[in-house]
Structures are given as structure tokens and as C-alpha cells.
Ligand binder design. Structure first.
Ligand code: ZN
Length: 103
């Protein structure tokens, strides 16, 4: 039986690896409200992906600014190299422990 149920996608779809789903992100200044990237609003997720895929800059960004809705996000935890190269991670209260919270 020929394998005709499979639709081969023609065209040059650049294979961009999805962001790691275990990446967590939080509203800027509210690390206790962290969520998984999968729960991000679509526009913010898109901004994050664009940032992750863009050419690395000289220094890492402190936060992700969504150009669509204007929200700012902190990357609180990620094992994704591309994100780690682009963003400073802000550990939540559980991670930073006794350090003085930034005002
Ligand atoms: Zn957004």
C-alpha cells in the first residue's frame, strides 16, 4: 500500500526549532507570577521567538518587550541556549533566596 496519506510540504520552510517548553517567563517585576512560555499571549510568544532567532547582540537584554501589546516580560528560567544568550534570566524568589530584592 503506497504511502499516500502523507502530505509532503513543498517549498522552503525553514525549520526553526521551537522554543523549549520548559522555559518560564514572568511579567517584568513580578517573578512570582511566572508562567510557561506556552501560556504566553500569542503576540508575546511571537516576539520572544523573533528575539531568540535574531542575531545575538553584544549584551543580553534585561527583558522582552512585546512590540504588539507593549507588555514586558522577564525570562525567569530557561534551558534554551538561544534565550540564554539573548536575555538575562531573573530567578524567582525561590531561586534568589536571601538576596535583596531589587526595588
Ligand atoms: Zn504581547
Amino acid at each position: 500500500m503506497p504511502d499516500q496519506g502523507r502530505k509532503v510540504q513543498k517549498g522552503r520552510v525553514v525549520r526553526k526549532r521551537a522554543l523549549r517548553p520548559d522555559t518560564t517567563i514572568a511579567p517584568a517585576g513580578k517573578p512570582e507570577e511566572e508562567i510557561y512560555v506556552g501560556s504566553l499571549p500569542v503576540c508575546c510568544l511571537r516576539s520572544l521567538k523573533l528575539a531568540a532567532l535574531a542575531e545575538p547582540e553584544n549584551r543580553r537584554s534585561l527583558m522582552l518587550d512585546c512590540s504588539s501589546c507593549g507588555r514586558s516580560w522577564w525570562i525567569t528560567s530557561s534551558l534554551d541556549e538561544r534565550l540564554l544568550k539573548r536575555f538575562v534570566t531573573h530567578g524567582g524568589p525561590r531561586v534568589t533566596g536571601g538576596t535583596h530584592p531589587a526595588a
